[in-house]
Each structure stands twice: as C-alpha cells, then as structure tokens.
Design a protein around this ligand. Structure first.
Ligand code: AMP
Length: 548
C-alpha cells in the first residue's frame, strides 16, 4: 500500500525560500577588518542569490548540472553562491584554497568547472593556474583585491557586483529532482588523487535537519554561529543550510582567521555557537591565555575533523565554554556523531562520553569490521574499522565528466557501506571512540598502539603545545612510535621527563623511546596534523631524534 502523503522533493531551493521568507530578518555578518562588519539579511541574501542565478544563466550561459566553482573565504557572497548555484540546477564546487597548486589544477580539470567565482584577495593563487584550466570559461571576481593578476587571462573576467546589478531580484527556480547533484567537494587526498563526493539536494536537506536537531548542534533563531570551518570543508559542516532552516545568524570571518581577530569577533558580536577543527581552538586558547577576554557567550562549540585532546576541553570548561566533539568526513556530509552525554549523568559520569567521538545521529548506521571483515559487536572493547551507511553518506566517488562513478573496493564494502578508514570501538549505547586512522596506527610486536591516545596524553602536559606521533620502522618490533613535540616557548622539558609523564597514564610498552622537538607540526589544507609530511621529514632524515 502506498502512503497518502504528498511527494515534495527535498531541495536546496526549499531551504533558500524558507530562510529568506520565514527568517527574512536573520543575518549573515561578514568580518571586513574595518570598523563595521558587513551585515546582510537572509532576505537580501535570497534576492542576491536570485540575481546571481540570473547572471549565471543569462550572461554566462550556465546550464543544468554544469559545475560552478568557488574559491572563496567564508562570507556573505559565498553563502549566496551556496544557494544560487544548486537551486538553479547547476552544481556548486567549493575549492579548497589551501591546496597545493598541482592538486587544485587536477581537481578543477576533473570536475570540468566552467566558472570560478573567486575572492579578489585570492587572485594571486588562481591567476597563475589559469593556463592549465582549459574548461574554465568565466572568472567572476568578488570583494577587495588587486585585479591585475588577471590581465591577459583567456577566460572572460566579470565583476560579481556588476553581474548582480544587471539582474532582477527574483528567479523562476526550477522544480528539481531531489536526487540530482547539488554540490561537489573533493577529499583532501592524503593518499592518491583527491576523490569527488557529490552531494544531492536530498542529502543536503536531510543532513541540515540533523545538524539542527537538539542532539546535534541544536541551532535556533536565537543563535548566531561563528562559522570558522571553511565553506570549502564539507559545506562548512552543513551550517549555512542549517542556519537557513532555523533562522540562526551566521558570523563569517572572511580572511581574518588568525586567533586575534577571531577573539575580537567573539568579543564584539557575541555568537552563541562556533564550529572549527581543534588546531583553531588551540590557537584561540593561546591568545586568550596571553590576553584574557570573556567568550562565555559561546553556548556550545562543535569541534571535529580531528581528535579533540581532553586537556583542550578542560581548558575551555574553565572559560565557561563547552566543547562538543563531532566526528565526520567529506564522505559523510559530514555529521556522523556528536558527543552529548546521555541524560542522567553526573559531571563525572559525563566525562568519558564527552571525550569520545560521540553518539551516532539518527540516519547514520554504523558497524565495525574486524581484520578478516567479520562484523564485531558494540561492546566497547572490540576494535575494528568503522563502516557507515545512511541517506547523507557517499555510496560512490565522482568519476569525472566522461566516466562512471567509482566504488573502489578499499572504500566501499560489497554490500555498499562506506569504509571510513577509521579504527575504533563502539559502546553498547552507540558511542564511538576512535583509536586511530587505519594508516596511522602503530603496529608494534603484533600489538596496536594508538597514535591519538599518545598525542592526547602528551598534550595534557602543561609545557606541551602540540604533539604528533607517527610510526617509524624498528628492527625488533616492526614499528615503534616517534613523538614529535612542540614545547611552550622557553620550556626545557626533554623526552625523558615527557616519557615519565606519559607513564602515568599509558602502558609501559607503548611509551615512545624516540623524541623530536620542532617549532610547529605541519598542518593539512583543512588544519589537521599532516602526518604524511611528518613521515616524509622522518624519511628524509630532517628530524633531530633523541632517545629517551
Ligand atoms: P575530512 O574528509 O578531511 O573531513 O577527514 C575525515 C577524517 O577526519 C575522518 O575519517 C577521521 O579520520 C578524522 N576525524 C574527523 N573528526 C574526528 C574526530 N572527532 N576525532 C578523530 N578524528 C576525526
């Protein structure tokens, strides 16, 4: 028997029209570095999105399913692109502005982007690549920045504001099929070529509802979210869409991502929510320690993308700010889990839940696969590779303009689950604790050592700013951990005393005997510890290693 319910496709267009009408007075505030930030209401954003869509169709000839890329900071214009491009039937492709040039070229060509909307300040990055980007016919430049790098460009160059000025504030949005492509994002590609994940209108719609659920980020129209996570990193974790659904305001840092301006933004605009990777919160903490300010307006903070050291959570607890860990991936839209403790816990009972990666959200099914592929129980101790499935989880990678989508066997199980490459345990009540990335785990004498556990313990030392642990070859044990540590300025702590400190919480056989001290840990394009770069430094003999 069929249901008696209406069929209404779940589309980004519906999120846009809802936000710009029902929440017309909510706003996107963009930091400008000047006395006043730029404030634009959702109604204005919606009207400008209509103008942008009109210009893309009428002036630039963008048609259905064609890719329109953005190379932009988090700002109001980027939000306009977020809604205009998918709602007109084209595909939004967010480009990661921190990628090496070679990878950007590869990605734009693989996606066959026809248009790139770029912030003026990023032209020095884009312009030299243009001769290698034959599919790009139009460049649309927005915001401040010298335009001269584009002199002599083959592609047609347009000014964003001029294009919008020539268009009406309404657009006859097409009725789209909900499974059509809405947005495209490439994984940061730490191994092999980057892989394209194509989000559908439906997956974005359902994911946004989950982001807003109170057991996730719980946003309402009384909130303002400081969106530090870049709009090119998995759709800013769904925040722009989620905000248009509930009317939560957005505070956008644009290019002012250093700890100083971020603290100033919080101080002046008083956001109630914020989302960013742990390295951002480490940087903010250092800033707040040297120049204390009140940031307790932040009701909750979503921290994810890499493991959150428990010591960081404790430090923010003292500032009256609660960090809530989330786990996800480009392939999972990204929200997979969030670490809100179950009801009825005392503060002490809450702690183990808070430092886990969190509880699976409705819509994300999870299982653990052991080394032989056997499915393991959720008993809190059986450790295996996490596999997931659900309506906002990728089932394949984008094949490119001329190929079929691909389902590599190391990424998808025979029965269609996504193999995450993350290793961990799941408790009987559905909380995930990750012990490592499958490729980062240290295999020592037939046992596994979790690099993340060692890092978290080390970062709990008062003199340690950052710590990354990698596996290095060892004649006797196959692999052993090498701890790479950044100390506070002026600290004289050595490997021996750090090892003694670790010994208080870590089993003896897991303690590293190799130590290297560096001034900073290299970061990936989305701000995580770049272990591949560290492994290379080790292989190239660039690390000064002491035994302890
Ligand atoms: P990306 O696709 O760049 O967002 O990277 C996804 C990967 O980041 C995941 O597969 C995890 O390895 C890692 N990750 C994300 N969130 C967390 C977290 N809360 N704790 C530990 N690792 C995380």
């Amino acid at each position: 028997m069929l249901s008696t319910m209406q069929y209404v496709p779940l589309t980004v267009t519906r999120i846009l029209t809802h936000g710009m009408t029902v929440h017309s007075n909510s706003s996107v505030t963009t930091w400008t570095g000047e006395a006043e930030p730029l404030r634009r209401s959702f109604r204005e954003i919606g009207r400008r999105a209509a103008r942008l869509a009109g210009a893309l169709r009428d002036e630039l000839g963008v048609g259905n399913s064609q890719r329109v890329a953005t190379l932009m900071w988090n700002n109001a214009e980027h939000v306009e692109a977020y809604f205009a491009i998918p709602s007109m039937g084209a595909v939004l492709h967010t480009l990661n502005l921190r990628l090496p040039a070679g990878q950007l070229v590869w990605i734009v060509n693989h996606a066959a982007d026809r248009v790139v909307i770029v912030n003026g300040s990023l032209l020095p990055l884009l312009a030299p690549l243009l001769p290698q980007l034959p599919t790009v016919e139009h460049i649309v430049v927005s915001g401040p920045g010298d335009r001269t790098p584009l002199a002599g460009a083959q592609a047609q160059v347009h000014e964003y504001e001029e294009l919008l000025a020539g268009q009406p504030t309404t657009y006859d949005w097409p009725e789209l099929e909900e499974n059509m492509a809405a947005a495209l994002c490439y994984t940061s590609g730490t191994t092999g070529d980057p892989k394209g994940v194509v989000y559908s209108h439906r997956s974005i719609y359902l994911h946004s509802m989950q982001v807003n659920a109170s057991e996730s980020m719980g946003l309402t129209d009384r909130d303002t979210a400081l969106v530090v996570v870049p709009q090119f990193h998995v759709n800013a974790w769904g925040l722009p869409h989620a905000a248009f659904m509930t009317g939560a305001g957005m505070l956008m840092p644009d290019r002012f991502l250093q700890p100083g301006p971020l603290v100033e933004m919080i101080d002046r605009e008083r956001p109630t929510h914020a989302a960013a990777v742990p390295t951002i919160w480490q940087g903010l903490l250092a800033e707040l320690t040297s120049d204390p300010r009140d940031i307790s307006c932040l009701r909750t903070v979503t921290i994810g993308g890499a493991a959150c050291p428990p010591s960081l959570m404790e430090a923010y607890d003292k500032l009256g700010v609660r960090l809530c860990q989330a786990w996800g991936m480009t392939e999972t839209s990204p929200l997979g889990t969030m670490a809100h403790p179950p009801a009825g816990c005392t503060a002490e009972q809450e702690w183990p839940y808070r430092i886990s990666q969190g509880r699976f959200t409705a819509g994300v099914e999870a299982r653990l696969a052991g080394p032989t592929g056997r499915i393991l129980p959720w008993d809190g101790t059986s450790q295996g590779e996490l596999e997931v499935r659900g309506p906002w989880i990728a089932g394949a990678y984008y094949g490119g303009a001329v190929s079929e989508h691909s389902r590599p066997a190391d990424k998808f199980s025979d029965d269609g689950w996504l193999k995450t490459g993350d290793v961990g345990v799941i408790s009987p009540d559905g909380f995930l604790t990750l012990t490592d990335r499958a490729k980062d785990v240290i295999k020592s004498g037939g046992e596994w050592i979790s690099s993340v556990e060692l890092e978290n313990a080390l970062m709990g030392h008062p003199e340690v700013v950052e710590a990354a642990v990698i596996a290095v070859p060892d004649e006797r044990w196959d692999e052993r951990p090498l701890a790479i540590v950044v100390l506070k300025e002026g600290s004289t702590v050595d490997g021996g005393s750090l090892k003694a400190f670790l010994g208080e919480s870590v089993a003896r056989w897991q303690l590293p005997e190799r130590w290297a001290f560096v001034t900073s840990v290299p970061k990936t394009s989305v701000g995580k510890f770049d272990k591949r770069a560290l492994r290379k430094r080790y292989a190239d003999d660039e690390l000064d290693i002491a035994q302890a």
